[in-house]
Design a protein around this ligand. Structure first.
Ligand code: UT7
Length: 341
């Protein structure tokens, strides 16, 4: 496991807080009733097995950078900042507008941010948590002051809408946060545990279009440009590793599950969330769930769930938050923080 040996504060680094949040989903809805007309599925199966009622998907021509920019504008407006106040832009995504230039460059240009640098981060469903921790290092070391971290995906661009095993699960969406130095220890990032396990790569992947299988007529005919998933393998790994990472994080910070005010997990399957919450001993009211409305938006789920927590009055200044994710790779993420606004 790759992890901080000690929490940031203990190493006399500058504290880091999330100072603003913005989210965006495209207006078009894809409901279970719509999917019933497209593949052999039912609202009952999707609600029972996954917990999704509807998801938002983009119109043709709308890309990940468009969603990311809308979310970023809201975060900047909430903090009263101009785009040029940013130092770094990090975009977590598995559906970049294109391989290159990076979506971070496209977002910078569309925002009109000046004197800023940035890059994309690929960690699938863990991308937002990883990007937050990556951005935090620039502040903790004192080299930068304002980092825009975005989790955004247009999953509908890599989904086969004839495959009922995957098309019912995913949606499109984006969330953005701004990271800034924390004024004191009462708010901000506390600790994290991340892990990757490449042995699980075969269970969730998009095999075509990269350097191993460059796009050809054959790769397209074989639908290699779409998401392929062994759902049961991913499910089992997700429950086990998400729980393990969270328990270790709680333990080494002297916390119990019942101390958490808001558990903000990746929204892949309601049954994964509930199984993890039960194993962690969380208070039911602390578990943030919005998968019913948005489906699995990959890098977008955690900031979208942060927004849901705010809407539900469960995130206030000082609230103790536990974020958790498992995604393709496999990637595992767990992070503790105190909410700052
Ligand atoms: O965010 C990235 C990480 N991804 C995840 O965390 C996904 C984790 N996995 C899951 O969430 C679940 O495994 C799925 C939702 C993907 C699938 O649920 P499941 O309970 O594991 O179903 P299954 O794959 O075992 O399939 C059970 C049955 C099969 O039929 P038979 O063989 O029993 O006759 C499937 O063909 O359900 C069938 N099935 C469906 N039926 C109706 C699969 N998809 C559908 C569907 N509608 N959409």
């Amino acid at each position: 496991m790759t992890e901080l040996r000690q929490p940031l504060r203990a190493r006399d680094k500058i504290g880091v807080k999330i100072s603003a949040l913005g989210t965006y989903v495209p207006p078009r809805l894809l409901t279970n009733a719509d999917l019933e007309k497209m593949v052999d599925t039912s609202n009952d199966w999707i609600m029972t097995r996954v917990g999704i009622r509807e998801r938002h998907i983009v119109e043709k021509g709308v890309a990940t950078s468009d969603l990311a920019v809308e979310a970023a504008k809201k975060a900047l407006a909430q903090r009263g900042l101009e785009p040029s106040a940013l130092d770094v832009i990090i975009v977590g995504t598995v559906t970049p507008d294109m391989f290159f230039p990076s979506t971070a460059c496209l977002v910078q240009h569309k925002l009109g941010a000046k004197d800023v640098w940035g890059f994309d981060l690929s960690a699938a469903c863990s991308a937002f948590i990883y990007a937050v921790q990556t951005g935090a290092q620039f502040i903790a070391t004192g080299t930068h002051k304002r980092i825009l971290v975005i989790g955004a995906d247009v999953m509908s661009s890599i989904i086969d809408y004839a495959d009922r095993a995957t098309c019912v699960i995913f949606g499109d969406g984006a969330g953005a946060v701004i990271l800034e130095p924390a004024e004191d220890d009462s708010v901000g990032l506390i600790d994290f545990i991340h892990e990757v396990d490449g042995a699980g790569g075969c269970f969730l992947q998009m095999p075509g279009g990269g350097s191993l299988n460059p796009s050809t007529r054959e790769t397209v005919d074989k639908k290699m440009h779409y998401v392929r998933q062994d759902g049961q393998q991913v499910f089992k790994f997700a429950v086990r590793k998400q729980t393990e990472a969270c328990l270790k994080l709680l333990e080494r910070n002297g916390l119990k599950g019942s101390d958490i005010d808001a558990f903000i997990p990746h929204q892949a399957n309601l049954r994964i969330i509930n199984a993890t919450a039960e194993r962690l001993g969380l208070r039911p009211e602390s578990v943030i769930v919005n998968i019913e409305r948005f489906g699995n938006t990959t890098a977008g789920t955690i900031p979208l769930a942060m927004n849901t927590a705010i809407e539900q009055g469960k995130l206030k200044k000082g609230s103790l938050v536990l974020m958790a994710s498992v995604g393709a790779g496999f990637t595992v993420g767990a992070a503790l923080l105190r909410w700052a606004f």
